[in-house]
Design a protein around this ligand. Structure first.
Ligand code: ACM
Length: 620
């Protein structure tokens, strides 16, 4: 029997971000509307760069971009040059003073052979510039081209978030800035900074120095997967790190320059071992010895709802509010076991005296008291969906992580909601494939396709209730992520899918175009900027068996500039093996089977998982 199997993939060009055959010109997140046109705008040393609002963040970002990327052009104030911007040829301009209406955070970008014009205000102007930077193709130092077209764009959601846990593992200020940089490139606007947890307190609080002196240091860390108890293997190595208040201010400013708000999270009443180790008075039994968490999981010692605890937490939150100017303050609220409260005579008396239903009611009492403190300073509280249990605090926003149910219930009660369900690909600590070649992770599975497919607006809500879904976020918990390289591996490219979930209208989303036409150019660009990422597997082959004798196989690299290497001798493919350059024609003799193994290796040497395809002519 002869079988010819053709696996044909979208041909990828080597142009910048594969824009030639992508209706979205290679832009991620896909804009609301793109009209491609023929021709290019050429950036040369003669090109004028004009801005009508030189103090705008976009104008400053452009000035820095030109300096950093080897252009000698300067940015000129269009108001004082004596000519109308519209009359200047060979000009690239950022304009806030335009006719017509552009939605909040939206922009128009028009590229012709003569001019590039971005119209927008504040963040809109900035996002228009981010889109433009994705379209610029460097030709040589000081020269670049931009394909012609007209883009009109605005975000689907106001809250577009990315979270990072710095408690389980600490990440430097430089890394946080790099994380913020890549968020800004993809128009995300809220960085949820998970600053405290059982395994480390990472923010300097002047009034309570032991929070960092004691609480930022754990004696050792768990090795390998979570065992649920303390009998497993530990590394016998002390681990520490925290941010000073000056560093926090520096990061807040850095993010603000990129229109990124920071949502700080101070966990309570659970996930609080690090603070309790520093100040045992915060617990229900201050006579017990406590230490900063060394294992992962959930600890049963939690804050006790005493006046002393509320005074200390209020003092802490006052310093936090002083550092973080954003409206939202995250108080955690998740995974708070009630064991200590059940055993505590104080808690039981409080439940009775305050006519609370039970310990869930006490959790609500706790959260409501904290909410009053935040509201008194003009801030809004946000917490994980457990804050619904026992009754929601009156003004709180909810972050729905245990599926969408909590978010749906909160929206029905008229509360604003950020969707971040682990089950829908929003937990980036989950593995990106089911292959055993993936690194250790917490478990779970969130492929790029799964993350991309998420729609944060539940169909079960009425249109009015749907308005309470203010946005979407992905979370990066770091129990199993000890290095920047692994954090980036888990983040990218899934964060690009999140960006499209958060920004693009549903009508502009298309996973095939995203993964085959847009992603390859973006991965090459991210690599050139020094980011690590998960290299997708070779396209055109998979871990499967094909029956037949004659095969023609087209293999495609999912990263521009990367190479496909393969073996048919049963050995692990590497750069010393056969380099794929043209479609493979493989004939398998009758009664035999051949295993085609392939790998992607990128210009920087990053490697994909290996795919094994069996070409089987055994007749069985
Ligand atoms: C969470 O993942 N515990 C919010």
């Amino acid at each position: 029997m002869r079988a010819i199997i053709l696996v044909v993939f979208l041909a990828l060009t080597t142009s910048c971000l594969a824009q030639d055959n992508d209706p979205n010109m290679g832009i991620i997140p896909a804009p609301s509307s793109v009209k491609k046109a023929k021709g290019k705008f050429m950036i040369t040393p003669e090109t004028s760069f004009l801005v009508d609002a030189p103090t705008q963040k976009a104008a400053i970002f452009l000035t820095n971009y030109l300096k950093k990327n080897g252009y000698n052009n300067t940015v000129v104030n269009a108001n004082t040059m004596g000519r109308k911007p519209a009359d200047v040829k060979n000009a690239l301009m950022l304009l806030t003073n335009f006719k017509g209406n552009i939605p909040e955070e939206g922009y128009e970008l028009k590229i012709s052979g003569d001019q590039v014009v971005i119209n927008g205000k504040g963040p809109g102007l900035f996002y228009g510039l981010q889109t433009l930077l994705q379209l610029i193709k460097e030709e040589k130092r000081g020269y670049a081209s931009v394909p012609c077209g007209v883009i009109t764009d605005a975000p689907r959601f106001a809250y577009r978030g990315m979270h990072l846990d710095v408690s389980r593992h600490f990440f430097s200020v430089d890394f946080i800035k790099k994380y913020i940089d890549v968020m800004a490139m993809y128009k995300l606007n809220n960085f949820h900074w998970h600053l405290t947890d059982d395994q480390g307190w990472r923010i300097e609080i002047k009034k309570y120095p032991k929070l960092t002196k004691v609480g930022s240091i754990r004696a050792q860390s768990k090795v390998g997967g979570y065992s649920g108890n303390n009998d497993g293997l530990f590394d016998n190595t002390s681990y520490s790190g925290f941010y000073t208040q000056d560093e926090i201010r520096e990061v807040v400013n850095y993010a603000a320059e990129r229109y990124i708000n920071i949502v700080p999270e101070i966990e309570m009443p659970g996930h609080s071992m690090a603070a309790i180790a520093a100040y045992p008075i915060l617990s229900c039994d201050p006579s017990k010895p406590y230490k900063v968490g060394e294992n992962w999981g959930v600890y049963t010692d939690v804050y006790c709802p005493t006046d002393t605890t509320f005074r200390i937490l209020s003092d802490i939150l006052d310093e936090v509010m002083d550092l973080f100017p954003g409206k939202l303050i995250h108080i955690g609220g998740d995974e708070c076991p009630k064991d200590a409260w059940k055993k505590s005579a104080f808690c039981q008396r409080l439940i009775a005296d305050s006519a609370l239903r039970d310990e869930n009611g006490l959790q609500s009492y706790f959260i409501r008291r904290i909410e009053r403190h935040l509201n008194a300073s003009g801030r809004k509280m946000i917490g994980w969906d457990e804050i619904l249990e026992g009754g929601l605090a009156p003004n709180a926003d909810v972050m729905s992580w245990r599926g969408e149910e909590g978010g749906i219930a909160a929206a029905q009660l008229g509360h604003d909601v950020v969707m971040t369900p682990g089950s829908a690909g929003m937990y980036f600590d989950h593995a990106q494939s089911k292959s055993n070649q993936e690194p250790l992770s917490i478990g779970g599975f969130a492929s790029l396709a799964h993350t991309y497919a998420y729609d944060p607006v539940p169909a079960s809500l009425t249109p009015d209730q749907q308005k309470h879904i203010i946005g979407v976020q992905a979370n990066l918990w770091t129990e199993y992520i000890a290095t920047p390289a692994k954090a980036e591996y888990m983040l990218l490219p899934r964060m690009l899918a999140l960006a499209e979930v958060a920004w693009s209208p549903l009508s502009a989303k298309n996973f095939n175009e995203f993964s085959a036409r847009r992603i390859p150019g973006h991965l090459a660009m991210l690599e050139s900027k020094g980011y690590n990422y998960r290299v997708p597997e070779v396209m055109g082959t998979s871990d499967t068996t094909l029956k037949g004798s004659d095969f023609k196989l087209e293999l495609v690299a999912p990263v521009e500039g990367a190479k496909v290497y393969y073996t048919i001798d049963g050995y692990t493919p590497r750069e010393t093996d056969l380099w794929y350059t043209e479609p493979l024609r493989i004939t398998v003799p009758a009664g035999k089977a051949i295993e085609l193994q392939s790998i992607i290796i990128t210009p920087a040497g990053k490697r994909s998982n290996i795919t094994k395809m069996t070409l089987d002519n055994s007749g069985k």
